[in-house]
Write a protein that binds this ligand. Structure first.
Ligand code: ZN
Length: 260
């Protein structure tokens, strides 16, 4: 089965170059070097022999205020032959807006999310002023969270679990309380979507956490954990790095690359 598994990364858009000044998040812990460069917004799709699994939802068309060079997740998926409305499994790595706010684009999907992530973001964060207003959970997204809990298609995950024969989720935390990385077995080896435990390849290579974290020690341990899951650093995917598009993976279009 793995030799029939394809893994794609899809680019929804880019942040403005001055995103740090607007949002105040650093791609590398306490580093000024990278903070004024744009970051790219991605999501991922795994096409297996029997089913399609989407990792994070991408940013939906009505939430593109801080996004440049935008293309919708629905349009991108169509270009690899995937109808978003027919996808049955979506794994949400964590509850930051650019990772989950397009959930309503997937009418027939079940959403796999760490229970700790959902409960902490939905309850504790909404009750604290800083987390509510600054931690990428503005009022509209709090409404979305309520909607997401209302769709009753949430599968809570606790820790490391198998989602399909070839796909596993791994509790990492660090960046948010219940961030999960996702691994998939392919003919090229084990591919790991690290999500925001690593915005950039530098986070992985230098084992330096991202500047936005919930628990710094977990963020450091999470980087070691994802490196143990994949045998090849080439198959460890950071979430927001423009270097993904430097030719290291074959491009199907300028914004869709085939990782494996
Ligand atoms: Zn995040």
């Amino acid at each position: 089965m793995p030799d029939k598994t394809s893994v794609y990364i899809l680019k929804v858009g880019e942040s403005p170059p001055n995103w740090y000044h607007r949002i105040g998040l650093q791609p590398l812990y306490r580093s000024d070097e990278e903070r004024d460069k744009p970051i790219f917004y991605h999501f991922w799709c795994i096409k297996g022999a029997k089913e399609v699994v989407v990792i994070d939802t991408g940013i939906p068309p009505d939430q593109t205020n801080n996004v440049e060079n935008y293309e919708s997740p629905v349009s991108l998926l169509a270009q690899i032959g995937v109808d978003a409305k027919k996808v049955e499994k979506v794994i949400i790595t964590h509850l930051h807006s650019n990772h989950f706010s397009g959930f309503y684009l997937f009418d027939n999907a079940d959403f796999y999310i760490q229970e700790n992530e959902f409960r902490s973001q939905a309850k504790h964060n909404a009750e604290k002023k800083f987390l509510r207003e600054k931690a990428l959970l503005p009022p509209q997204l709090q409404e979305d969270l309520k909607d997401l809990s209302c769709v009753q298609r949430i599968h809570y995950v606790n820790g490391d679990e198998k989602i399909t024969n070839d796909i596993n989720v791994h509790l990492v935390g660090g960046h948010t309380p219940g961030l999960q990385a996702v691994s998939v077995e392919s003919a090229s080896g084990t591919v790991v979507m690290c999500s925001d435990i690593a915005y950039l390849y530098r986070n992985i290579v230098e084992e330096t956490p991202v500047g936005s974290f919930w628990n710094l020690q977990q963020a450091c341990e999470g980087l070691q954990k994802v490196k143990q899951i994949a045998r090849s650093e080439r198959l460890l995917l950071p979430s927001h790095d423009p270097l993904i598009w430097d030719g290291r993976y074959p491009l199907l279009t300028p914004r869709i690359a085939k990782i494996a």
